[in-house]
Design a protein. Structure first.
Length: 138
């Protein structure tokens, strides 16, 4: 979904209704660095407040619902938004397949097949990985 908050900022929150009656609402971006210590990962209170505002405007059911958890999620994303997939430069037999952001689950099958081909055969038939190369596009 797309939602513009009171400040006019456009967000793309995700809403996942579950069969048992809960609904996950997530994906307000924050740009804080990933802490070195996992115990230091905390939800961004501003992002949580914006999600609550979104829920209040989206649905009267969500507006009155009890919040069961407030969580933080760091997703791997590159500066240009494209995943990094391929052989790592200067490290023999090292490969990477990361940076898919919110599209990781959707793109995992194709990425997995392509990286497996690259590792086993040295080339890919399924997907042209050149635009995603850790060495830069070729």
């Amino acid at each position: 979904m797309e939602w513009r908050d009171e400040a006019g900022v456009l967000h793309s929150p995700e809403v996942f209704p579950r069969a048992e009656g809960t609904t996950y609402v997530c994906a307000i971006n924050s740009y804080t660095p990933l802490p070195l210590n996992p115990a230091d990962v905390m939800p961004d209170s501003g992002a949580i407040e914006r999600l609550q505002q979104f829920c209040e405007q989206l649905s009267p059911v969500l507006s009155g619902s009890k919040i069961l958890a407030r969580q933080a999620c760091y997703r791997p994303i590159t500066r240009d938004g494209l995943p990094l997939i391929g052989a790592l430069p200067h490290i023999r037999n090292a490969f990477v397949a990361t940076g898919h952001s919110v599209w990781g689950i959707l793109n995992a099958p194709a990425t997995g097949e392509a990286i497996a081909e690259l590792i086993v055969e040295g080339i890919t038939q399924t997907v042209d990985l050149r635009p995603f190369s850790p060495n830069g596009p070729k």
